[in-house]
Design a protein around this ligand. Structure first.
Ligand SMILES: NC(=O)c1ccc[n+]([C@@H]2O[C@H](COP(=O)([O-])OP(=O)(O)OC[C@H]3O[C@@H](n4cnc5c(N)ncnc54)[C@H](O)[C@@H]3O)[C@@H](O)[C@H]2O)c1
Length: 344
């Protein structure tokens, strides 16, 4: 089946979606964009012209465009504050909905959207594209193989100084809600563990060009006695890490370092004597399936395959809400200055 899709929210990220839809042969065959919606009609028209979308419906009223275009799918790329209403409109029309991250602006809104999706019997999944990259997939596979022994800890550093302008510089909890959601989701995915509790110190450093929460330090307790620590700032200029963070992952048998790019360094203990035991390097195998390492294209392909097969996609709301719960656990902890249990 070829699906008719309406794309709502025609800003910066929408271009990434349209590029993914063009570049993936699977998506070229399975998805047809039949409508564009934005609060600002000129923005939607400019996007249609840039991507040569031809004679499609363009409007500012989402329910009307969904109805007139007879859409099967809603691609939701609006700002987080508008997400709840947009997803609810898509589900009410009977669309399967794929949303940009974060899944919702609050945990209660996310729970409500889960309920609406279940009641409508429609797939509601989230673009958590940064788990669909080679490094994250390789590490999950490596950890699962037992090469590091029993997993004990994941530590990561995220330090960058991007000047976005736009909604990010105005929103509350900007680092945790807009960016750390990717990193927390990656930690959950790589480890295969459940997040149980968090303590977080969030603040806005001197000189920050964001209104609120450009830096955070969080300690998570995962299931099976695994710790995950996150140190992050979006107003740290001078020594950028990768957008994927720099990682130190420790198991009972050794350690893996990943710079968030191409550099992997894994060492496991080989000796049984001496103050510090001898170690030897081991290889980190490639991702199981390279088709799962193409970011947005891979997420959208998973979404379409799940609809075709009547299954649940990897980033379904029912799973993604656990990553969102990590974010809101961290936000609540920082606000109240105490350890918080995580409940999706
Ligand atoms: N996955 C990623 O790597 C990634 C990267 C960047 C942005 N994002 C996410 O994508 C989303 C959009 O970000 P962006 O950078 O494109 O923002 P943007 O501000 O460039 O674009 C958002 C667009 O949505 C429109 N809009 C807002 N409310 C609307 C509504 N109710 N109905 C219709 N249109 C509406 C705005 O007019 C604007 O054109 C955010 O949730 C952001 O977190 C994800």
């Amino acid at each position: 089946m070829r699906y008719r899709a309406v794309l709502c929210g025609c800003g910066a990220m929408a271009k990434g979606w349209l590029r993914a839809l063009i570049e993936s042969s699977v998506l070229r065959e399975k998805v047809e964009i039949v409508g564009l919606v934005d609060l600002d009609r000129a923005t939607a028209e400019a996007l249609a012209a840039e991507f040569n979308l031809g004679n499609i419906l363009i409007g500012t009223d989402l329910p009307e465009v969904l109805r007139e275009s007879r859409a099967d799918l809603l691609f939701d790329i609006v700002v987080p504050a508008a997400r709840r209403a947009v997803v609810a409109a898509g589900l009410a029309h009977g669309c399967h909905v794929l949303s940009e991250k974060p899944m919702a602006a609050t945990l209660d809104e996310a729970r409500e959207l889960r309920r609406l999706a279940t009641e409508a019997s429609r797939v509601h999944a989230i673009v958590q594209n940064r788990r669909f990259i080679g490094g994250v997939r390789r590490i999950r596979r490596f950890i699962q193989s037992g090469a590091l022994g029993e997993l004990t800890a994941l530590h990561c550093d995220f330090f960058l100084g991007p000047h976005f302008g736009g909604f990010r510089e105005q929103m509350a909890n900007v680092l945790l809600l807009d960016m750390a959601i990717h990193t927390f989701d990656a930690a959950r995915f790589m480890s295969g563990k459940e997040p149980l509790a968090v303590y977080c110190h969030e603040y806005n450093p001197h000189g920050s060009w964001y209104r609120h929460g450009a830096a955070a330090n969080a300690i998570f307790e995962f299931s099976d006695n695994v710790a995950f620590t996150y140190r992050g700032s979006w107003c740290a200029e001078g020594a950028n890490t990768s957008w994927e963070s720099a990682w130190r992952i420790i198991g009972s048998a050794g350690t893996l370092l990943w710079d968030g790019g191409d550099r992997f360094e894994a060492n496991v203990v080989t000796g049984s004597e001496g103050f510090l035991r001898s170690v030897a390097p081991i290889a980190v195998p490639e991702a199981e399936d390279s088709a799962d390492t193409n970011g947005h294209a891979s997420v959208i392909e998973h979404f379409i395959r799940a609809i075709d097969a009547g299954t649940v996609p990897e980033t379904d709301g029912s799973d993604n809400i656990k990553s969102l719960a990590m974010v809101f656990g961290a936000i609540d902890s920082a606000r109240d200055g105490k350890r918080v249990t995580i409940a999706a």
